[in-house]
Ligand binder design. Structure first.
Ligand SMILES: Nc1ncnc2c1ncn2[C@@H]1O[C@H](COP(=O)(O)OP(=O)(O)O)[C@@H](O)[C@H]1O
Ligand SMILES: [Mg+2]
Length: 227
């Protein structure tokens, strides 16, 4: 599903002549339906790696293939389509729109014009997703009227509205307490297993990473498989 070879990312240093390397020579092969944890110290480049896979950021060097498509050669239109249809994102912060209801928030990514679902069919899918993540009874609430754990589950439902094949989660439990962390990890695992959704999760939670079938450690510029 995801094939990364010899991937490097660096930034120009503030004075412009040298480069600051984040990571280099990263190889990663993820099969369809796998669940993968990426762990590592703060600043090691975990978010950068996930953002490159999600085409929110660009690698400096290397090859990236998702769903047998070479992402390096994508046009702007293909990049927008990929971000909207192929991958779903969940971040540490939920990024829900405060003035839209829970149901509206879940439907928003389907309004970008890439999918065909609209009207009642779209509303039904969003409602079903909210049921699946366990908050169907909160559909008409505003984000401010539900708990942090519930907001994060809405963010998961929103990430799934366009039926992506890959879910990218960047410290999705970083702002949650233990109980809500366990609940969210269980949910992600369930979605991975039942929907054959390929799951890549950056996490600080040991328990979270142990629930994934594979685990990688990113440190001092290189990525190593631990499990
Ligand atoms: N726009 C940028 N310019 C220069 N350096 C950056 C930029 N964005 C991120 N970095 C650096 O890249 C490194 C990796 O960042 P990040 O991927 O956010 O790490 P992590 O998610 O593992 O905490 C950090 O050292 C950070 O300072
Ligand atoms: Mg990060």
């Amino acid at each position: 599903m995801i094939e990364i070879s010899n991937l490097s990312k660096s930034y120009p240093s503030p004075d412009g002549d040298e480069v600051v390397g984040v990571f280099s020579g990263v190889n990663l092969s993820v099969e369809k339906g796998a669940s993968v944890a990426i762990v590592g110290p703060s600043g090691s480049g975990k978010s950068t790696l996930l953002n490159i896979i999600g085409l929110l950021d660009k690698a400096t060097k290397g090859e990236l293939e998702v769903d047998q498509k070479k992402l390096n050669s994508f046009t702007e239109q293909e990049i927008a389509h990929y971000r909207n249809q192929t991958v779903g994102f969940v971040f540490q912060s939920h990024h829900l729109l405060p003035s839209c209801t829970v149901l509206e928030n879940v439907m928003i990514p389907a309004l970008a014009g890439f999918g065909s679902l609209q009207g009642e069919a779209l509303e039904n899918r969003a409602t079903n997703l909210l049921e699946e993540v366990g908050i169907g009874h909160r559909a008409n609430h505003l984000p401010s009227q539900i708990s942090g754990g519930e907001r994060q589950r809405v963010a998961v439902a929103r990430a799934l509205i366009n039926e992506p094949s890959v879910l990218l989660a960047d410290e999705p439990t970083g702002a949650l307490d233990k109980k809500n962390t366990d609940h969210l990890i269980d949910l992600l695992k369930q979605l991975n297993e039942q929907r054959k959704l390929t799951l890549l999760m950056v996490t600080h939670s040991l328990e979270g990473s142990s629930q994934m079938k594979q685990s990688y450690h990113l440190n001092e510029g290189s990525l190593k498989q631990e499990r």
